[in-house]
Each structure stands twice: as structure tokens, then as C-alpha cells.
Design a protein. Structure first.
Length: 148
């Protein structure tokens, strides 16, 4: 049920915040987010670092509701609301990685995510790295301007 809650909440936020005029371009950051999440989670689950309980619909150990919910939505919205000043880009990465980590803590507390050979500091490093990549993409690939 937790996966469906995250899915629904993500899509409600999406429809509240999306600028449909920018969607055609920003959707690619959502696709990149899915690819990153898929690569990390598939390998982590296969290596026994953590496991996903009750994914409802599983895609190689991950929940489809997670992949197509929060992961896809945050990728698109991150590109749409990408700040232009460097200091705000860094702050954005840290805040989003923090929020993503908090969501992970919730999933751990509810028991649908179980660490078997993993630690929260591992997740923080992976989350910050993923947010850096998702922040880099709009600048380099989508052509966002960056100011000092």
C-alpha cells in the first residue's frame, strides 16, 4: 500500500506543479531518473544490499509504483524548477537528496524497504550523487543557463 500512496502523492504533486509547455523537454530528466533508479536498485537488490517488500508489481526487485511515481515525477519537476544560480543549484541538490532520504526512512519504518547489507549513509551518498546527475542533465543536455 505504501508504494501506491507514494505513487498517488507524486502524481497529485505533479499535476499541481507541472508546466505543460515545458513538459516535452523536461520529461527526459524523468526518463534519466528512471534509468538511474533502475540501475542502482537492480544492482543493489541483486547483490543483496537491500530488498523491496510487497512491491505489488515488481520490475527486477523494485516497485513499478515507485519507479513511475516519485522517481519519474521528481526527475521532471527537478528539470522544470532547476535554479539558475550556482549556490541555489547546490542547495537544491542537498534539499532534494534530503527529502528523498526522508522518504526512504519512511519506507524503512513501514517495512517495505529492508536493509540487509546497506546503511543509511550509503543511501545518502547515492541520493546526493543521483541528484547531482539529475541537476547536471538540465544544464548540459537541456541547455539551462547557469549564473554565478
Amino acid at each position: 500500500m505504501e508504494w501506491i500512496i507514494f505513487f498517488v502523492f507524486s502524481w497529485v504533486m505533479f499535476f499541481m506543479l507541472i508546466d505543460f509547455k515545458k513538459l516535452k523537454k523536461n520529461v527526459w530528466n524523468g526518463v534519466l531518473a528512471i534509468l538511474l533508479q533502475y540501475a542502482v536498485d537492480t544492482q543493489a537488490v541483486l547483490h543483496g544490499f537491500y530488498k523491496i517488500e510487497n512491491p505489488i508489481i515488481s520490475i527486477r526487485g523494485s516497485s513499478v509504483f515507485f519507479v513511475l511515481g516519485p522517481v519519474f515525477v521528481i526527475g521532471i519537476l527537478m528539470a522544470q524548477y532547476h535554479p539558475s544560480k550556482k549556490i541555489f543549484i547546490v542547495a537544491n541538490v542537498l534539499v532534494l537528496a534530503g527529502l528523498y532520504t526522508l522518504a526512504e526512512v519512511f519506507l524503512l519504518k513501514t517495512g517495505v524497504l529492508v536493509y540487509t547489507n546497506w546503511h543509511s549513509t550509503d543511501s545518502i551518498v547515492v541520493n546526493i550523487s543521483a541528484m547531482i546527475i539529475l541537476s547536471w542533465f538540465p544544464i548540459v543536455v537541456l541547455g539551462r543557463k547557469v549564473k554565478q
